[in-house]
Design a protein around this ligand. Structure first.
Ligand SMILES: Nc1ncnc2c1ncn2[C@@H]1O[C@H](COP(=O)(O)OP(=O)(O)O)[C@@H](O)[C@H]1O
Ligand SMILES: [Mg+2]
Length: 171
């Protein structure tokens, strides 16, 4: 999906679409791509408002992670900025890949490149591009992790086959 915001006011409708997808698809990870000043923190602020965050969401660049308590849908919102991290080791030390498995919390990550390939859960990828003046395009894609589905399929098959074997033996 692609959306155009001609100014910051129009980000509200885009944030609404993002929140709708996240809730309907049971997704708890939003990865935000885009250059400096593209609008990653600005859209996070709108998403926070829709989920009932009362405090003002500000850039987490210097502290790497800020946590907010929303009124709706999630227990906490973790707003993370990986701009200042440069190695996979640093990401591992943050234990973020483990943390995101907790579906009670929403994770919104700016500069997610080091994380992208390692995520095992389904996530929403939002790519923001600067246009003329205050114009921004938002490309929104749902990413399914086939590993997650395959693992589930293998599990089900093992259960199925072992139930057939055991029923044969009891006959
Ligand atoms: N349509 C728009 N959407 C988002 N930000 C916009 C838009 N038009 C202008 N801006 C401005 O661009 C800047 C985006 O900053 P920010 O959200 O901090 O970027 P990032 O987090 O991607 O580095 C803000 O100053 C914001 O007011
Ligand atoms: Mg930012």
């Amino acid at each position: 999906m692609e959306f155009l915001a001609k100014n910051t006011n129009q980000n509200k409708k885009i944030a609404k679409s993002i929140v709708d997808i996240v809730i309907n698809e049971n997704i708890n990870i939003i990865l935000l791509k885009g250059t400096l000043g593209a609008g990653k923190t600005t859209i996070t602020r709108e998403i926070g408002k829709l989920l009932g965050v009362k405090t003002n969401i500000s850039s987490p660049t210097f502290v790497i992670e800020k946590i907010y308590i929303p009124k709706k849908y999630f227990s906490t919102i973790h707003h993370i900025d990986l701009y200042r991290l440069h190695s996979k080791k640093e990401i591992e030390e943050m234990e973020i890949l483990e943390e995101v498995k907790d579906k009670e919390n929403l994770y919104i990550v700016e500069w997610p490149d080091l994380l992208l390939k390692k995520i095992e859960q389904n996530y929403l990828l939002v790519d923001i591009k600067k246009g003329k003046g205050n114009g921004r395009t938002f490309k929104i894609r749902k990413k399914r992790r086939w590993e997650q589905d395959v693992r589930r399929l293998i599990q089900l098959n093992i259960i199925f086959i072992s139930s057939i074997i055991s029923s044969k033996f009891t006959l």
